[in-house]
Design a protein around this ligand. Sequence first.
Ligand code: C5P
Length: 415
Amino acid sequence: MTKQVNDPGSDPGGDLAGKHVVLGLSGGIACYKAAELCRALIKEGATVQVVMTEAAEQFITAVTLQALSGRSVYTSQWDSREANNMAHINLSREADAILVAPCSADFMAKLLHGGADDLLSLMCLARPIDKVPLLLAPAMNRQMWAHPATQRNMAQLQADGATILGVGTGFQACGETGDGRMLEPPELLEDIVAFFTPKLLAGQQVLVTAGPTYEAIDPVRGITNLSSGKMGFAMARAAREAGAQVTLVAGPVSLPTPRGVTRIDVKSAQNMLEAVLEKAPAATVFIATAAVADWRPASAAERKIKKDGSGQAPRLSFTENPDILATLAQSPRARTGELLCVGFAAESHDLEGNAQAKRQRKGVPLLVGNIGPATFGRDDNALLLVDAQGSRELPRASKLRLARQLVADIAGRLK
Ligand code: C5P
């Protein structure tokens, strides 16, 4: 067994700290993405042992993956570096997971039949099924992916306990366009982190609002605010990692949708309310992180409002927007405890007093306070959880870390 010589750029506090991943490469042009994936796993604190098939070596060299992983790569079941000459046993016993990326159509077919004529397939077969999960990131031409044989193999591999991480859609190296690309390394990383997360919200349906709203004045102007949506998107991601089915109702922001989350884009507070009311009957948790505009122009002009040369500014009058959180908190399902409502409050001072008052006014069991100017647009935040018993501080950390802590707190309240 080789010793890891270094962890180049590894984050000991990363999302995969302490995890040991065997990264298997089978043959396919997506092997070039495996180099970046290897780097990404290590950056998140994992240790990575790369194993390559002969076909994979046609696409990328072992030298590249050795340099990135800091460990010499295994390519043969006859590798005499192992004292007992049983690399397939030794490597699979020390792994927290075996991740095959890319997983070719041929390799899937081989796995399905329990084929074991090369080190990677031998290792997949020899792994203790109940202890070492097998994750597959397929990569192939769209026709190969759509072929009944591949679809049949995939279904059977899932039934045999493997986790299929799905495929991307788009331009393929062969020049065709469709399903079958290997997922991008950041997508795979998000799925792998989620895979290792305890499923505290299994069976829950979580509805999240995020971002600002946009209230039109005329077709080209409107009123909005500085909410970036980052906290709400982090909540959606953390809830999905914890095993919930998540719907994210997002105001106008340009953030990428967290993996596995259903996203509904809206503009105004009224649009947001409509989307939330449509999804609320199935929800068991509602988390309102959106910075909803309190007022909207009483009527949006149909045409752009022009200067008329008089030097007089146009007079705008406003109507109050519906309070989405209070509306849901008053619904019968929230009152009987079938729907847990959680609010956020951005304050500028006396966080505890203001948050407690707001919690009672809105009628929610949990309100999460933060200082507005210290959070808008930033990647980190500090939270104060306020409920009927008092308050608890979650000290400054990344929004994703805080979201995960908040998800754990919410899960505790569901019991
Ligand atoms: O009243 P304020 O805007 O400070 O309340 C913040 C909380 O209420 C947040 O959870 C926010 O998403 C929610 N809210 C809402 N609809 C509004 C105003 C606020 O859902 N119209």
